[in-house]
Each structure stands twice: as structure tokens, then as C-alpha cells.
Design a protein around this ligand. Structure first.
Ligand code: NDP
Length: 256
């Protein structure tokens, strides 16, 4: 039964204060999990927790670009719940820039949260995940597998997430640990607004996205959370090393 998928399982969800991470965290609890909510904004994590039973979650405010905060996420989860079964790496940012105008500083900021922090948090979680024969789900993007202009550093960071997933799957398979990635198209969250996009530009982008996604609409965070939680569940026990498109067909489009 889907409601029992995560009975007695412990899940860390990064980016739980908003969008895809938030939807994943609350749906995981509905399906029986104990969940650590991780993001910088404690107030948003508290708001999420206010509708849920206090035994089912732990709030861990953390800036994942800081090593002491990454360690805190692992230590606090193990202390509170006894171990880690699943790590969902959903925290991330987007920003625009081309090969010519992307500064080294901007490149470093993008890589730091989207790829470097994900790599290090995964490393820190692995001893417990290996012990419990658990799994990892990384939130990448259609930009990890397809090229788009003017989001160069973001695309490269997400390609890194996909390839980290593929390589680690080969190394972790013999330890009975699975690792997969999801590659969403445009999803209605705060990602683009947080990148500094004006509201009017954002609304135009969402409208235009209806034409760039063959299914004719953008995605909802809950739709991506469904795929994340399927991959995290035992029902996906023979799936590892995959990057799964969830994008209304966007990854299959090409210029004509
Ligand atoms: P949101 O902006 O709604 O959520 C991003 C989350 O990441 C927030 O919870 C934010 O929390 C957290 N975060 C950002 N920086 C840090 C940091 N330094 N430390 C800890 N947490 C951080 O966007 P989405 O839900 O859309 O994004 C989730 C993932 O999905 C991202 O990896 C994104 O690249 C990916 N994605 C999104 C798509 C979309 O169209 N929305 C498409 C494809 C992929 P806080 O600010 O509280 O720290």
C-alpha cells in the first residue's frame, strides 16, 4: 500500500521550505516516513511542520554550502531518528548567464549549492544509508540532459548532478544502495522568482512554457514529488543510476 511505503523509514529532504522539496517532505510524511526538513529559512520549515504531527519531523535550519551545517543535518537526523534510509537532494538555485558574461563568482555560487553541497551531503549521509541499504534521489533538471542558452552555469551544475548519479550508482550497487535523479521541466515553484525574475517576466515565461512543453502546461511540485517518492520506495528496488524525465515531454523536443 502506497500509504505504508515509508513506514519506519527516515528521510532527509533538502529544500523542504519551498516547491518540490516541500511537496516531497509532506507527501513522505503522509506515507509514513520520519522526515528531516532542511533549508535555510526556519520560519518556512516551521510553517510546513505546523500542519503535521510533531513525532514525524525534525526541523534542521541549514545553509548547505557550509560544511558545519551539512554535518549538523546528518548528526541531528541520526540523533533524533537513529539513522538515514533516504536522502532527497532537492535544494538548488537558478540564474542566467552565457559563456561570455558568466562571472567566476556567479559560476562558483551556482556550483556550490547545486553540485558541491549535494556531493558532500551525500558523502556524509552514506555511512548510515549503506548500513540501512537505503537510497538517494537527486533533483536535477531537463537542463542536465539538454542544452539551453543563457543558463550556462545552471545547465552545467545539473549535468554534473546527473553524471554524479550515474557514476555513484555503479559504486553503490554492490552495497545494495540505489541512487537516481529526476529531471523536471518547468515546475511552478519559487525557483525563477528567487533568481530575480520580475513577476511580469515570470508570468510571460510560464505562458510561453505551455508551448515549449509538448503536454501544453508546466508541472506541479506534487507531480515531481510522486516520482521522487516512487524512486525512493522499495517498489523501485531494481532501479538505479537513472535520470528520469518528468517534463511534459520537453526533453524530446528539438528546433524545427
Ligand atoms: P524553490 O526555489 O521553490 O526551492 C528551492 C529550495 O532550495 C528552497 O527550499 C531553498 O530554501 C533551498 N535552498 C536554496 N539554497 C539553499 C542553501 N544554500 N542551503 C539550503 N537550502 C537551500 O525551487 P524548486 O522547488 O523549483 O527547486 C527544487 C529543485 O528542483 C532545485 O534543485 C531546482 O534546480 C530543481 N528544478 C526546478 C525546476 C523548476 O522549474 N521549478 C525545474 C527543474 C529542476 P531556503 O531558501 O529556505 O534555504
Amino acid at each position: 500500500m502506497i500509504e505504508q511505503d515509508f513506514k519506519d523509514k527516515v528521510i532527509i529532504v533538502t529544500g523542504a521550505s519551498s516547491g518540490i522539496g516541500k511537496a516531497t517532505a509532506s507527501m513522505a510524511i503522509e506515507r509514513g516516513a520520519k522526515v528531516s526538513f532542511v533549508a535555510r529559512r526556519e520560519s518556512e520549515l516551521k510553517t510546513l511542520g505546523s500542519k503535521l504531527s510533531a513525532e514525524s519531523f525534525e526541523i534542521i535550519p541549514a545553509d548547505l554550502t557550509k560544511d558545519e551545517d551539512r554535518k549538523k543535518v546528518i548528526d541531528q537526523t541520526v540523533k533524533r531518528f537513529g539513522g538515514i534510509d533516504v536522502l532527497v537532494n532537492a535544494a538548488g538555485i537558478i540564474g542566467s548567464g552565457t559563456i561570455e558574461n558568466t562571472t567566476l563568482e556567479f559560476w562558483d555560487i551556482m556550483m556550490d549549492i547545486n553540485l558541491r553541497s549535494l556531493f558532500r551531503l551525500t558523502q556524509l549521509a552514506l555511512p548510515s544509508i549503506i548500513e540501512r541499504k537505503g537510497n538517494i534521489v537527486n533533483v536535477s533538471s531537463v537542463t542536465g540532459v539538454r542544452a539551453f542558452p543563457n543558463v550556462l552555469a545552471y545547465c552545467v551544475s545539473k549535468a554534473g548532478v546527473d553524471q554524479l548519479t550515474h557514476c555513484a550508482a555503479l559504486e553503490l550497487g554492490p552495497k545494495d544502495v540505489r541512487i537516481n535523479a529526476v529531471d523536471p521541466g518547468v515546475v511552478l515553484t519559487n525557483l525563477h522568482r528567487n533568481s530575480g525574475m520580475e513577476e511580469e517576466t515570470y508570468q510571460k515565461f510560464i505562458e510561453h512554457s505551455k508551448t515549449t512543453h509538448p503536454i501544453g502546461r508546466v508541472g506541479k511540485p506534487e507531480e515531481v514529488a510522486e516520482l521522487i517518492l516512487f524512486l525512493a520506495s522499495d517498489r523501485a528496488g531494481w532501479i538505479t543510476g537513472g535520470s528520469f524525465s518528468i517534463d511534459g515531454g520537453r526533453a524530446q523536443t528539438c528546433a524545427r
